[in-house]
Design a protein around this ligand. Sequence first.
Ligand code: ATP
Ligand code: MG
Length: 252
Amino acid sequence: MEGEILKTVNLSAYYGKHQVLKSITLSFPENRVTAILGPSGCGKSTFIRCLNRMHELVEGARMEGKVYLRGKDIYEMEPTTVRRKIGMVFQRPNPFPTMTIYDNVIAGYKLGGIKLKKTEADALVEDSLRKAALWEEVKDFLYKRGTFLSGGQQQRLCIARALAMKPEVLLLDEPTSALDPKSTARIEELIQELKKTVTIILVTHNIGQASRVSDFTAFLYLGELVEFGATERVFTVPRDKRTEEYLVGKFG
Ligand SMILES: Nc1ncnc2c1ncn2[C@@H]1O[C@H](COP(=O)(O)OP(=O)(O)OP(=O)(O)O)[C@@H](O)[C@H]1O
Ligand SMILES: [Mg+2]
């Protein structure tokens, strides 16, 4: 596919003997938003954890198949390099509770033992917070704890923390499911802005959200990739009956 950045080939995943992903082959276009849609338990989170080598951190978990970042097998790269290039934001905002806003943004560097000069750190913190559309709201409180922010602000702080590592791909696992509608709209707007510089993979079971913000949609059902295509096409003329039934709310 033209401009693909990340690709899986025959990716299967297991917890013990339980197979939860069945030979998924999928390419993600660069600087686009791809939504991973599907009912609870179909394997969305497991799938994106395989994309940045977090699946292997789960006890009893196993994977088969390949994942390529710009043609390079990520399972032949250093896991820390993979996780820097392919960042992740989770369902519940999880800023480090004892750290200031400032330190949260550069936490990836601190924890990775990467030293930054004060001027570099200042610039990185401002740039990342601006990209996460949070700078104006927090610039006067940078040395307060991140946990003093609202849920939506905390989630944007987590996005800033991921962006500070200058990732090529950002995995968002239901980033708004714990947020109110206004904070959700803010994050959806932000996703549109971010795709200019970073490829986004957005897990959601919010059909409206997928249709509003994604360019491409992959529909997973019971661990199988049922359908993939341009969001507009998938939503208007789904090719598989299961996709159609899901979109009209028959299940999940
Ligand atoms: N750590 C684990 N150990 C064992 N089984 C797991 C583990 N994590 C997930 N599973 C199982 O794998 C399957 C897929 O789970 P996964 O969390 O990937 O689904 P999901 O699509 O993200 O669901 P949701 O929408 O509820 O977040 C489920 O059957 C789940 O019970
Ligand atoms: Mg999940």
